[in-house]
Design a protein around this ligand. Structure first.
Ligand SMILES: Cc1cc2nc3c(=O)[nH]c(=O)nc-3n(C[C@H](O)[C@H](O)[C@H](O)COP(=O)(O)OP(=O)(O)OC[C@H]3O[C@@H](n4cnc5c(N)ncnc54)[C@H](O)[C@@H]3O)c2cc1C
Length: 390
C-alpha cells in the first residue's frame, strides 16, 4: 500500500488547510474544550456556518443532493486536518443521518428533510440506546403504534446526547412487537417540540452532558417513519457505519500530543529541562510511532472503502488503537508534567493549558462511543480472521 497522497488528494488537503488557516485559531479550539457539549459556543457556530456556506456539509453526499461526492480518502483528509487544528467536526446530522435518509428514504422524505439539513435549519440527536439496550440494540423496548395517520410513541431512550440542543430526534422504535427482535424495529423522526417529549440531564464524569429522553404517547405523522417498516435495525447499523471514518481518526490525539511536546521543549522541572530527560524522550518517541501507525490504519480503511470493500476489521482496529492510544497520551502527559499537568486550564500554574487532564477525562469515552472496544475486538475476530461469531 502506498501511503503518499495523490496530486489531487494533496491539492484537496491544501485547500482544507487554507480554509483552516483563515477560520481557525487557538481560541476556537479552547472554546470547544471549555464549552464541551453543553452548547456550541459562538466561535464554533461561526465555523460550522462557514463550512456550510462553503458547501462542505455535503462533503460525502452524492451530487444529486447538492453534495461534493468526495472519496473516502478525501473525507479522511478533511477529518484529520479539522481535528488536528482543533476545530469542531461536522455534526452527525450531516454525516450520519442525512446519508442514511438519502439511501433509505422515499422521494417525499428526501424532499422533506434533506434541504433543511443542508441549510443547517434542523439538527438531530441520535436515540438508539435504552436503559436495557446498548450493545444489544435489538432488545430495545420503545414502541410505536399506528393510529390512523399518526404513530403514537412511548418509551425511554438513554444517553441521548444532543437532545437538549436538537430540533429533532432520530430514534429506533419497535413497530412490530410480534416479529423476531431484529426485524421488529423501525427508524423514526420525532420533533423535540412534540407534546409528550421530555429531556432529563445526565452529567458524566468528563463534565459532559448527555440525557435521558422520555416519550409519553407522542404523536408523529405516519410519514416520519423513514424507509421500510421493520428494517430499522439494519438502518441504524448503516447510520453507524457512516461514522466509521471519524471514529478512528487520530487528529485530536495528535493535536494534544504536539502541545505536550511543545511543553516538554521549554519546561524546566526541579532545575532540569524536561527535554533532557531520557525517560521523557523515550516515552514521546514511542507515542510518536503509535501516532504514525494510527495514521496508516486510518488511511488503509479509507482506501479499502474507495475500492468498494467493507473494511469492518480495519476500522475496528483503527478505533481500538486510537481510543487506547489517546488514553496512553493522557496518562503519559500527566506523568511527565506532574501535578501541575493534571490541573484545569484556569488553575494557577497549569501546564499545557490543562489539556492533559482534559484528555484524561475525555479519552475513556472513545473506548465505547461508536461501539465498545470489546465488541470491536470480536468484530476483528470474526470479520478479520473468520473466527466463530460470539
Ligand atoms: C457519554 C455517553 C454518550 C452517549 N451518547 C449516545 C447517543 O447520543 N446516542 C445513543 O444512542 N447512545 C449513546 N451512548 C450509548 C453508548 O453507545 C452505549 O453506552 C454503548 O453502546 C454501550 O452500551 P451500554 O452502556 O448499554 O453497555 P453494555 O452494552 O451493557 O455493555 C457493558 C459491557 O459489556 C460488554 N459487552 C456487551 N456485549 C458484549 C459482547 N457481545 N461481547 C463482548 N463484550 C460485550 C461491553 O463491551 C461493555 O464493556 C452514549 C453513552 C455515553 C456514556
Amino acid at each position: 500500500m502506498n501511503y503518499d497522497l495523490s496530486p489531487r488528494e494533496s491539492a484537496w488537503r491544501d485547500e482544507v488547510r487554507a480554509f483552516i488557516a483563515e477560520h481557525v485559531d487557538e481560541s476556537l479550539s479552547r472554546e470547544t474544550r471549555e464549552v464541551g457539549n453543553e452548547g456550541r459556543g459562538p466561535r464554533a457556530r461561526r465555523f460550522l456556518d462557514a463550512l456550510r456556506d462553503r458547501g462542505w456539509w455535503g462533503l460525502s453526499w452524492p451530487k444529486e443532493y447538492g453534495g461534493l461526492e468526495k472519496t473516502a480518502v478525501e473525507q479522511w483528509i478533511f477529518i484529520d486536518e479539522i481535528e488536528t487544528a482543533g476545530a469542531p467536526m461536522l455534526p452527525l446530522t450531516a454525516t450520519s443521518v442525512a446519508p442514511t435518509i438519502m439511501r433509505i428514504g422515499s422521494e417525499d422524505q428526501k424532499q422533506e428533510w434533506l434541504p433543511s439539513i443542508n441549510q443547517a435549519e434542523i439538527d438531530f440527536a441520535l436515540g438508539y440506546s435504552e436503559p436495557e439496550a446498548g450493545t444489544d440494540l435489538a432488545s430495545l423496548r420503545t414502541r410505536a403504534e399506528l393510529d390512523g395517520d399518526e404513530w403514537i410513541v412511548s418509551g425511554q431512550k438513554m444517553w441521548n446526547t444532543m437532545a437538549h440542543m436538537a430540533t429533532h430526534n432520530w430514534i429506533a422504535v419497535r413497530t412490530e412487537p410480534d416479529a423476531p427482535k431484529h426485524k421488529g424495529i423501525s427508524m423514526m423522526i420525532v420533533p423535540m417540540d412534540a407534546p409528550g417529549v421530555s429531556v432529563q440531564p445526565i452529567w458524566v464524569w468528563p463534565g459532559l452532558r448527555t440525557n435521558a429522553l422520555f416519550l409519553d404517547n407522542v404523536r408523529v405523522p405516519r410519514s416520519y417513519l423513514i424507509g421500510e417498516r421493520g428494517m430499522g435495525f439494519y438502518y441504524a447499523a448503516m447510520a453507524l457505519n457512516f461514522e466509521r471514518l471519524s471514529i478512528g481518526s487520530i487528529g485530536m490525539a495528535r493535536r494534544h500530543f504536539r502541545a505536550l511536546v511543545n511543553e516538554v521543549k521549554t519546561r524546566v522541572v526541579d532545575g532540569r529541562p524536561l527535554r533532557e530527560d531520557p525517560w521523557v524522550r523515550e516515552r514521546l518517541a514511542r507515542l510518536q510511532v503509535e501516532i504514525d501507525a494510527a495514521r496508516m490504519l486510518g488511511l488503509e480503511t479509507a482506501v479499502a472503502l474507495d475500492r468498494g470493500g467493507v473494511p469492518a476489521a480495519e476500522s475496528s482496529m483503527a478505533k481500538i488503537h486510537v481510543s487506547e492510544l489517546t488514553q496512553r497520551i493522557a496518562d503519559t502527559g500527566c506523568e511527565i508534567l506532574g501535578l501541575n499537568g493534571q490541573t484545569h486550564a484556569q488553575e494557577p500554574g497549569a501546564l499545557a493549558e490543562g489539556r492533559m487532564q482534559w484528555l484524561y477525562r475525555i479519552a475513556p469515552m472513545l473506548a465505547f462511543g461508536g461501539g465498545t472496544n470489546e465488541v470491536q475486538r470480536d468484530i476483528i475476530g470474526f470479520m478479520g480472521y473468520g473466527l466463530p461469531r460470539k
